[in-house]
Design a protein around this ligand. Structure first.
Ligand code: KG4
Ligand code: ZN
Length: 339
């Protein structure tokens, strides 16, 4: 069975073809980063126009590379939200049109489900597992028992981790997207140089908050007379360390909540764009091991937005629930647990 995935929820246009055993035949991505850099962040209207240009071209390349014909595709899966509505309208319209013309089933995929199930594609992971999903728009702890049994046990009260990395980078005049740039400069800095308060330290739940940390970084930068390279590196390292401390502190609480029924499966998945950060991965791996949890992280290229994870999540959804209706309306907001 050949499964086509289409992703267009933010600033990456992506097309993938996979098979039902999880073989990725092609996984193409046209990044729009350089188009949005001059604006310091993603411009939704520009992103939508770029998806119109990119997706048909990527589709042609995907068929050429795999030597498949459009009629060989058995299932068409497109991100239908949450995300920038212009982009998801374009991706789902292309998906629905192909499905209609080829008379093939269509699945409207929740983008977060793509991140959530990605480790099942890459690591062949079985249910159930605890998921830490950290991306540009979401930061959540989720219990994943099956494609239809997903429940959130904690989430950010304000900014998402990726958003906080991007905003701190902007304060330091580093280019968009901030996450990879902060990670790179943090390697050259002293993570103990500045001490930022640990968010929600005394709250006995696994919610996150990043706005206080962001304000502490902003206050430090405003007070600094001379912004040297070393200062920027030290701020990046100290900010990243506090973000990791916050995640690991809440991770211990999430383990307790998740494990209340003494579930035997002690598996943690770290997924979403922020999981591309190797420092955070190492810190999380250590905390997981101390609590007898095994950590699974998809390959960094599959942690950030891609269409292979959309094809896989769509396939699982199709097996469990059948195809979506072609009248399915894309959604800018679409909580994972409301599937
Ligand atoms: O999952 P994703 O590709 O798109 C969304 O669905 O949001 O995540 C993008 C986010 C951006 O905020 C980006 O700065 C962050 O992931 N990110 C990182 C790293 N690579 C990407 N954050 C920290 N460290 C990284 N290495
Ligand atoms: Zn994403």
């Amino acid at each position: 069975m050949y499964i086509l995935g289409i992703e267009s929820s933010c600033d990456d246009s992506a097309i993938s073809i996979i098979t039902e055993d999880g073989t990725i035949l092609t996984n193409l991505l046209a990044s729009q980063i350089k188009d949005h850099v001059p604006y310091g962040g993603v411009v939704p209207e520009l992103a939508a126009r770029k998806h119109i240009d990119n997706l048909p071209k990527l589709l042609e390349v995907a068929f050429k590379k795999t030597k498949l014909h459009k009629r060989d595709i058995d299932l068409i899966c497109a991100t239908a939200g949450p995300g920038l509505i212009g982009g998801v309208v374009i991706g789902t319209t292309i998906g629905k049109t192909l499905a209609q013309c080829l008379n093939k089933p269509f699945v409207a995929v929740n983008h977060l489900l793509g991140h959530a199930l990605c480790a099942r594609l890459t690591n062949n992971l079985s249910y159930p597992f605890l998921l830490l999903l950290a991306s540009g728009g979401h930061s959540q702890f989720i219990e994943v028992n099956s494609v239809n049994e997903i429940s959130k046990i904690g989430e950010t009260l304000d900014d998402a981790f990726g958003e906080a990395f991007d905003k701190v980078a902007k304060m330091l005049n580093l280019p968009y997207p901030g996450g990879p740039n902060i990670e790179k400069l943090a390697k050259l800095g002293d993570q103990n140089k500045y001490h930022f308060p640990l968010p929600l330290r005394n709250k006995d739940n696994c919610d996150f908050s990043l706005s206080g940390l962001k304000t502490s970084v902003r206050t430090l930068i405003i007070k600094q007379q001379l912004i040297t390279e070393q200062f920027v590196n030290d701020v990046c390292a100290s900010f990243q360390k506090t973000a990791a401390d916050h995640i690991c502190n809440k991770l211990k609480k999430a383990f307790t909540i998740y494990n209340k029924d003494f579930k035997l499966e002690r598996k943690l998945v770290f997924s979403g764009g922020v999981a591309a950060n190797s420092y955070l991965r190492e810190r999380i791996k250590k905390t997981a091991a101390e609590n007898s949890f095994e950590l699974f992280v998809p390959d960094p290229k599959l942690c950030t937005d891609n269409a292979a994870m959309i094809a896989w999540a769509g396939y699982e959804q199709y097996l469990a629930n059948g195809p979506s209706n072609l009248t399915f309306e894309p959604k800018a907001k679409w909580p994972l647990e409301s599937l």
